[in-house]
Design a protein around this ligand. Structure first.
Ligand code: GTP
Ligand code: MG
Length: 311
């Protein structure tokens, strides 16, 4: 077994942090490490918290953390930061908010950024979640800004997704257009101290009437993170969804579907690595392109044919 995997199993937090860096940097050892990590996963409940910038995701997670620690549960938080090329951007902001948790051994907080990761941020985040799972956290919370495909991909790997919305922000339409409504298992109306809550709730109910989700019908919960209100209701909603996943075996189906997609993703990553290696080892090919008649479509087929032939 990879030495880091062994240490993680023994709940060595520094090893956990090192493993995540290795994933972010797309280290050659990554696949071996992840393969070992996979065998020691413990199946924590993975909860995604997404929503527009400034909706209060970090504040909410901070309160939820305190609530869950009060119940004796251990929690890992992964904040996905698509905007910053260095991890640290959102962490700096979150650190001030989550400061009180830094010395608690039952808590791990980490922000993720792309750096060079081949499979992108979503791929790296999935692996990081898995490493936290192997460490033995009861709950893994993932914060993403709900803006793009990469975040949607991340949300597909969690068990329960909470979409944070705020009254009067007018972001519902945008979120709806981006296809983010569909991934929500819970609608969290945060900043419920502000006016417009009733209207937002009605909009969500209307949306559900039209969308008519099959099976699970997303719950609506209200929170005021700044006043630490609504955490119990939020947690109950999450637990209710967890039971639903278990009883209907949908959780298992979701995981299976995800694993299948992951295998394809990893194959794609391998192929891409292979392409990069071949391109770098044969710069002479550029010369062929100087020919004014050079046809990239034809050349792509030719070159690829040669590669396939020798592998
Ligand atoms: N009035 C009110 N303000 C809140 C509430 N929750 C959070 N805020 C404020 O909203 C602002 C943004 O909160 P964050 O927790 O940083 O939001 P976020 O969604 O994590 O933001 P990004 O990570 O930048 O996308 C902060 O000034 C919070 O104090 C709430 O329930 N009521
Ligand atoms: Mg945040």
């Amino acid at each position: 077994m990879h030495s880091l995997a062994e240490k993680i199993q023994q709940q060595d937090m520094r090893a956990l942090a090192r493993a995540i860096s290795l994933i972010e940097n797309d280290d050659p050892e990554k696949l071996d490490l992840m393969s070992d990590i996979f065998s020691i996963q413990k199946k924590a409940h993975h909860i995604g918290i997404t929503g527009s910038p400034g909706a209060g995701k970090s504040s909410l997670i901070n309160r939820l953390l305190t609530y869950l620690r009060g119940k004796g549960l251990t929690v890992a938080v992964i904040a996905v930061d698509p905007t910053s090329p260095f991890s640290g951007g959102s962490l700096l902001g979150d650190r001030t908010r989550m400061n009180q948790h830094f010395l608690d051994p039952g808590i791990f907080i980490r922000s993720m950024a792309t750096r060079g990761s081949l499979g992108g941020l979503a791929r790296a985040t999935k692996d990081a979640i898995r490493v936290c799972d192997a460490y033995g956290f009861d709950i893994i919370l993932v914060e993403t800004v709900g803006v793009g495909q990469s975040e949607l991909d991340v949300m597909k790997v969690v068990d329960t997704t909470g979409l944070v919305l705020t009254p009067n922000s007018g972001d519902v339409l945008q979120i709806f257009k981006a296809g983010i409504m569909e991934i929500a298992d819970l609608f969290i109306i945060n900043k419920a101290d502000l006016p417009g809550v009733v209207r937002l709730k009605a909009t969500l109910e209307e949306y559900m009437m039209i969308a008519q989700p099959k099976g699970w019908s997303p719950l609506i919960v209200k929170t005021i993170s700044t006043e630490n209100k609504g955490m119990e209701e939020l947690w109950k909603g999450i637990e209710q969804h967890k039971s639903y996943l278990f009883e209907t075996r949908q959780g298992e189906e979701r995981r299976l579907k995800q694993l299948e997609l992951e295998v394809y993703e990893l194959i794609r990553e391998e192929i891409w690595r292979d392409v990069e290696r071949r391109v770098q080892s044969d710069q002479s090919k550029v010369e062929q392109l100087r020919d004014p008649e050079a046809d990239p479509y034809q050349l792509a087929r030719e070159w690829y044919g040669v590669w396939k032939g020798d592998s």
